[in-house]
Design a protein around this ligand. Sequence first.
Ligand code: DGJ
Length: 691
Amino acid sequence: METRIFVIETKNTHYVLGVDKNGRVNHIHWGGKADADDYEVTENWEQNSNHSELDYTNFEYTVFGGTMYRNCAFKCEYFDKCRDSVFAFKDAREAEGELDIILTDEPYNIDLVLSYRYSKDTDIITRYVTVKNNSEHTLKIEKFMSAELTLPDSAPYEVKNPNGAWGSEFLTETTLLKNGTLTFESRKGTAGHTNSPYAIMSKNADEEHGDVFFAALGYGGNFKVEIQRDFVGITRAILGISDFDFSYLLKSGESLTSPKVYMGYTYGFEKMSNMMNDFAVKNILPKSFADKPLPVLYNSWEATEFNVNAQQQLKLAKIAKEIGCELFVMDDGWFGRRYNDWGGLGDWVVNEEKFPNGIDELIDGVNELGMNFGLWFEPEMVQDDSDLFKAHPDWIYHYPNREAMKLRHQLVLNLTKPEVKEYVFDCMDKMLEKHNIRYIKWDMNRPFSEIGTENLENGQELWLRHTQAVYEIADRLKEKYPYLQLEACSSGGGRAEYGAMEHFDMVWTSDNTDPVDRLDIQHGFSLLYPIKCMRAWVTDTNLTRRPVTLDFRFNVSMQGSLSIGSNLLNFSQEDIEKSKHYVELYKSFREVIQFGDFYRLRNFDEDGYYATQYVSKDKSKSVLFIDSNANSFFNKQFRSIHLKGLDPNVKYKLTDGERTVVKSGAYFMNKEYAIRLDRPLMSKIIILDRK
Ligand code: DGJ
């Protein structure tokens, strides 16, 4: 076969693949640009009794078969029990910003289509794979990953990923991968709180320097990220649906498309975060609200938990309005027999004891105050103490000879059954049809267990089918109610990833609202996820955790999508006035936070305080947040910092609450901004306006 080269050109990078003379698609290059005609398909010479030439060949999408022993992106079993795949180049479709490479395993008539979508405005390439069964037989897919990335340069890479937990999401660890495979995975049904479905691989990198290769998966079911460094020193990453307890029967004539991967190469983590932030706003988040600033919301959960009624919620709503909230969200507790976390889930009808005059008494009241109304659901769940469970005990995932284990006293609904999926959609649809609900917080509070599905021919499809069902319901709701905003939540940040963000407008970041912990959580979130999607509540952690001032709590929450979750009924007039001030201030620069460029200037580990700066795209406004930690060493209070992202040639008026100075952007970026951290847990908001 004649060799061919395909060069994908982005703003600053080339991504190159080639077809070798055996028809195999090789990976050739990913990184900075060269002359397009420099690239060539090289022949591999190495072969000995223990290593075939495959060990020395970089494939664009490695399949299991022959003497291929490293991690594969694809594995299947053909109808005749053959589990050895040989995919060769068949065709290519090229259009502006689009490349599809079609591979085929000819004797079995199965195609793999490797898709690439890209543009010259960014360095992010979107990738996905489609498997097409053109044969008369059923194909059993055993591993089906979205993309494989081969990194240049055989020196080892540092890999970043969170090692989190509930309440400690996004606590990022860095591992030097010299040997073997590093796996980040979820087997829980959702992405979960521990690892994130992404790969960040860098060399000698910090915020501003060093090669950074990254890829994020748009899928929040069971996922897997495998990063392997082989004996030659090549590092490869494979991202996709986890192959743990997974297989899929692809019938004759059917095709299956993988979730997307968004990948990029850049220099320094700062550019990576900003590139991904901008790309997500433009290309990933649901279109209806992607480019609109998100409202300041009030959420009732921490104030009233399950104990809700119209009068008390209205009292909260009045104060929420007074301090400037634009949306009032009633959280858990409004439906069925929901008096605590032992019952009610599944019965999505208003609890008449709590709302004897119906829920419109509250919704109308909230609307009259001039706020939109939002409501909490946990649609994938059911509890023993519910009418739904009594009517349909077989609607949960279950096995006849195993007791269904409960977590938070609840069971997971089998959304792979069409009637269950329909029921869930209908319940939410009915509430939206009857009431002026403009926001839904979709929660999910336990991992799966006893995952039996008597309805499926192949039970191992449930993980994928469940996740698809969640996305499908979210999309249908958004289509029918274009004004509806959706928040994805899973016991805090268990669904804070790009799979959810393709369908939900924002995510709940963590149930840990302690502002000091939160700074680390938000820092980790900001690496690859868009700032505007990060809901951040001001709550009463000062009463339960540690005495942190309201100023500090606002300061931290203003660094994302500001939200309030305090019990406002206990607020003093001074607290109300202060809150009013901060909400108004936030609104004055909300677009800078939610859509601006973003700089992580300092963190606790580096210099004992956080400094986070946002700059509007036109560089006319910037906001800098400073948060010191709990130490206050004498004589270590004077710090200085270089600001970033300003226009060096214009003057800015800097106001930090104590002083106002006018100096050039160049001065603040090259000389300094001097800070005094004279108290533990001190916070400051510094605003710069172009003169
Ligand atoms: C877990 C969520 O993370 C909380 O914000 C709250 O909605 C509770 N569930 C309600 O049960």
